[in-house]
Structures are given as structure tokens and as C-alpha cells.
Design a protein around this ligand. Structure first.
Ligand SMILES: [Ca+2]
Length: 304
């Protein structure tokens, strides 16, 4: 009888132990799957940008190029309401550029340096795109919104730059006609070699255009026919508002560039869920395991 009881108790303990191991595996599996799922939702083809470096550190690394009273930040749109939050183009965050209320020299700007191929590459099927949102709050200029810019350099020309070629939404709603930018709504921009006009800051002896409407890159190739603009290198991409755009709150997101063998997409989001942040989930799993172990001990003790 005593031996039987001991055998039965052992059997019971083994059953509990088996359940314990089974549950432990299930819990660890769950604890492992949850952060993996979180990680998967924030991992896509897009590169997530969660902050701007204070200065250039490396190619393809976004950095702050703001001047004077301009600011650049990555914002969480959750809780902001309206189209800003509810029609956000990619994820729940976006980049934000601001200028102060009084000074024309304020500029909010961020950018990346790198090797983006030649103008020829871009004219041969390249695409540049982004989404922008112009806030009506403190709006000091109906035409201002986040602009997109190429830095272009022709190292083989005497006056080959670098120069900045600037695409501004207000020149491109009706091409070449200054048009107020829609406010409090997200707008998608898609530019290729023959659509989208850019003004430039001076190249090949041409003067800084100071915001005159400009031309498509294909038309600039024709305009600079005495130069080898097709072979010029695209060495930077920037997003900016200002100068001469007071009181702006300009958001942008989902910046894409594809040309030649380059295919870049940037999603501006306050935070990626990093794996260390998932550790509390593992901790919770371990706590449950501890509880099972405690219960097993308690129940085994009560059987004794
Ligand atoms: Ca985003």
C-alpha cells in the first residue's frame, strides 16, 4: 500500500512535471512570438528613421541641416487627430519641420548624403516621391510646405557645383504657377525626370534662382546643353521648409528614391520596438513558470 502510494505520487508528480514542461515551452514560445510579431510589423522594405543626427555622420544617415530658428524632429501622430493622424501615409509617425513666427532666415531641414547615381540614371526611369502635410497652425506663408531637394555636382565642369535643385509643392500644383498649398491634408508627390519642376541655387555660371519656378530635370539637361549635366552626380537628398517661410509646421513621411540600382524608402517613426524592450515579456513568461513551479511544489507537498 505504501509502495503503491509512493508510485502513484511519483506518477502524479511526473504528470505535473510533464505539464509544467509543456506549459513552459508554450509560454516561452508565446513570449518569443510576441516581440517577434512586434518586430515584424515595424520591419519592412522601408528604413525606419527615429531621430536626426545633429550633423553628418555617414552616408544615408539622416541629419539635421536646420538653420537659425528652424527645427526638425520625428513625431508620434497618435492622438493628434484629424487628417494628420488618421490619414498618415506610413505608420503612426512622421518628420516635422518648423520655422519661427518672425524671422525669414529660419529653416527647418534634414537630409542624407550618398551616391544616388547620375542625372542620366534618374532620367532613365528614376522616381522620387514623398508625402507632405502643411499645418494651418501659425501659417505665415500660404505657399510653404516641405520641399524636396537634390544636391547635384558635376565634378568635370569648372562651375559644376554642387548646387541644390529644389522641388516646391506650390510650383507644382499647377506647373510653374504659384498656387497656395492645401492645408491640413496629406498630399502625395511623385517626381520623375520629366515631371516636377526644380529651381536651383546656381550652377554652370547660372545665378541662384531664389525660388523662381524652374524646370524639370529633362528640361534642365536641354537648358545646359553646353555642359554634361547628364553625367552630373546626385550626391544628396534633403527635405526642408524655409528660408523665407515664417511660421511653418510642415510634416513629411515616406520618402522614396529609386534610380539605377538604388531603391531607398524612409519611414519616419518615433520608435522601433527594440528587442530589449521585449524583455519584460520574457520576464512575464518566467514569472508564470515560477508560479507553476511554486504550485507544483505546493500541490506535491499537499499530496505528501
Ligand atoms: Ca511614418
Amino acid at each position: 500500500m505504501f509502495l503503491f502510494l509512493v508510485a502513484q505520487k511519483d506518477g502524479f508528480a511526473k504528470k505535473i512535471e510533464f505539464l509544467g514542461i509543456f506549459q513552459m515551452k508554450k509560454i516561452l514560445l508565446l513570449a518569443g512570438l510576441i516581440p517577434m510579431a512586434l518586430y515584424a510589423t515595424v520591419s519592412s522594405a522601408a528604413t525606419t528613421v527615429s531621430s536626426f543626427d545633429a550633423a553628418y555622420t555617414a552616408d544615408y544617415q539622416w541629419y539635421d541641416k536646420s538653420a537659425v530658428g528652424g527645427t526638425a524632429s520625428v513625431e508620434n501622430l497618435t492622438g493628434q487627430g484629424g487628417n494628420l493622424e488618421n490619414n498618415a501615409p506610413l505608420g503612426s509617425g512622421a518628420a516635422k519641420l518648423t520655422t519661427g513666427p518672425t524671422e525669414n532666415h529660419d529653416k527647418g531641414e534634414v537630409g542624407i548624403n550618398g551616391n544616388f547615381g547620375t542625372v542620366r540614371d534618374f532620367l532613365n526611369g528614376g522616381i522620387l516621391s514623398y508625402s507632405y502635410y502643411k499645418s494651418s497652425v501659425n501659417n505665415g506663408s500660404p505657399e510653404a510646405a516641405a520641399s524636396i531637394k537634390f544636391d547635384i555636382e558635376d565634378p568635370n565642369a569648372v562651375n559644376g557645383g554642387p548646387a541644390t535643385f529644389v522641388f516646391e509643392p506650390y510650383w507644382n500644383i499647377v506647373t510653374g504657377v504659384s498656387t497656395p498649398v492645401p492645408m491640413d491634408t496629406w498630399t502625395d508627390i511623385v517626381i520623375d525626370g520629366t515631371s516636377g519642376i526644380f529651381w536651383h541655387t546656381g550652377i554652370y555660371g547660372e545665378d541662384h534662382m531664389h525660388g523662381d519656378p524652374g524646370k524639370t530635370l529633362a528640361d534642365w539637361v536641354d537648358f545646359f546643353s553646353g555642359e554634361d549635366f547628364l553625367s552630373a552626380d546626385i550626391i544628396g537628398i534633403s527635405m526642408g521648409v524655409g528660408t523665407w517661410n515664417k511660421g511653418q509646421t510642415a510634416y513629411f513621411d515616406d520618402v522614396r528614391f529609386s534610380s539605377g540600382d538604388k531603391a531607398l524608402e524612409y519611414d519616419f517613426e518615433v520608435s522601433v520596438v527594440p528587442l530589449p524592450a521585449a524583455l519584460p515579456l520574457y520576464g512575464a513568461g518566467l514569472a508564470v513558470l515560477g508560479f507553476i513551479g511554486w504550485r507544483r511544489k505546493t500541490r506535491t507537498a499537499s499530496e505528501a
